[in-house]
Design a protein around this ligand. Structure first.
Ligand SMILES: [Zn+2]
Length: 358
């Protein structure tokens, strides 16, 4: 088994043609494990990573994650999640706050890309999942029901900050839609889990009640610049037709298979594939990405983690958790602090999570 897993890991690493993306993920612990968590899903992070893992909660778990820097560059700002174990299952609610860059808008008057459109996203998710019985004793299933709410915002790129505040401003366009995820977790043995997360099974699409103008090459304009694209004319010395474009986004179905191996009770090694051969969320082709991570508890209270978040980015982090005193009569509450660093091109994004379990 050991040899087979190493073989799979090495083979995947040698596959050509996948690339990194510049988005972080949810939870300092999953991030610092390279974003390979679909088959791990053993705590409240299951709310996002695999709802089948909701049956692995230890009683009630609450977590809050904050992105510490690069918030203007990064999509996820913060994440709050809470869940309760019920029998062999669990139920949870979570909220994601995200800012997603949408369009660079070319301003014909100044001859530059002066504005950027963003979507300001507030996503609420209900997660339900748990372990089966009988022949399905080693298999868990779960669903996420997500309400995507977003509002369109605009930012003047020549005036990013004003009085220490981001100059993004609401444009009065909002959109809502429901998305559904399905998760499966299977214990192959005491030491090996298989996981599968299918995000946005229904491929939700949301529309803003606004049209802009876009050329074939993606140059975008707020006001019609005429029949021909002025950027293409200037840049490529050729004309390309301009068409009206209705602002919308669609979340593509995302297959995320994973495997987790626990060679001993203090060590987890996980591999996930992100976007298993599916098209990009934002209408661009996106190639599959392999994520690999390791977590090792060096003592009962301290763990180190590291991973490869796609081909070009690395992650590192640690976890600290409390341990109840032997024979203590105090409420049995556990605290955990996790830190994760996403490193790319010498830069870094820091994530911090605080979790309580009781
Ligand atoms: Zn153009």
């Amino acid at each position: 088994m050991k040899r087979l897993i190493w073989y799979v890991v090495v083979t995947i690493l040698m596959l050509p043609g996948y690339q990194g993306i510049t988005e972080a993920c949810l939870g300092a612990r999953p991030l610092s494990m390279g974003g390979a968590f679909v088959a791990v899903a053993d705590d409240i992070h299951s709310c996002y990573w695999n709802p089948a893992g909701m049956g692995n909660l230890q009683g009630t778990e609450l977590t809050y994650m904050q992105t510490l820097n690069n918030k203007a560059l990064l999509n996820y700002q913060n994440w709050t999640a809470g869940g309760i174990k019920i029998g062999s299952g669990g139920i949870g609610v979570s909220q994601i706050k995200a800012i997603n860059p949408y369009f660079d808008i070319y301003d014909a008057a100044t001859g530059t890309y002066q504005y950027t459109y963003y979507t300001n996203d507030d996503w609420m998710t209900l997660s339900i999942g748990g372990w089966g019985t009988g022949v399905f004793e080693n298999t868990a299933m779960g669903v996420n029901i997500r309400r995507y709410s977003q509002s369109l915002e605009k930012r003047d790129d020549f005036k990013l900050w004003e009085n220490g505040k981001d100059t993004r401003e609401g444009m009065g366009y909002e959109a809502e839609v429901n998305g559904y995820d399905i998760g499966v977790l299977h214990k192959l043995s005491d030491k090996v889990n298989l996981g599968l997360l299918i995000q946005d099974v229904n491929e939700p699409r949301y529309d803003f009640n606004k049209d802009i103008y876009v050329c074939d090459r993606g140059h975008a304009f707020e006001v019609s610049p005429g029949a021909e694209c002025p950027v293409c004319l200037k840049k490529y010395d050729r004309s390309v037709k301009i068409e009206p474009y209705h602002l919308h986004r669609r979340h593509a179905r995302n297959f995320r298979p994973g495997i987790a191996w626990m060679p001993d009770e203090n060590t987890t090694i996980a591999v996930d594939i992100y976007y298993f051969n599916v098209k990009d969320v934002y209408d661009n082709e996106m190639q599959s990405e392999v994520r690999i991570g390791i977590e090792k508890w060096l003592t009962e209270k301290f763990s180190v983690r590291a991973g490869c978040y796609g081909k070009s980015m690395h992650t590192i982090g640690f976890g600290l958790k409390s341990k109840p005193e032997e024979g203590s009569t105090a409420p049995n509450m556990l605290y955990q602090i996790d830190y994760g660093l996403l490193e790319s091109d010498g830069g870094g994004t820091h994530l911090l999570s605080a979790t309580v379990k009781f």
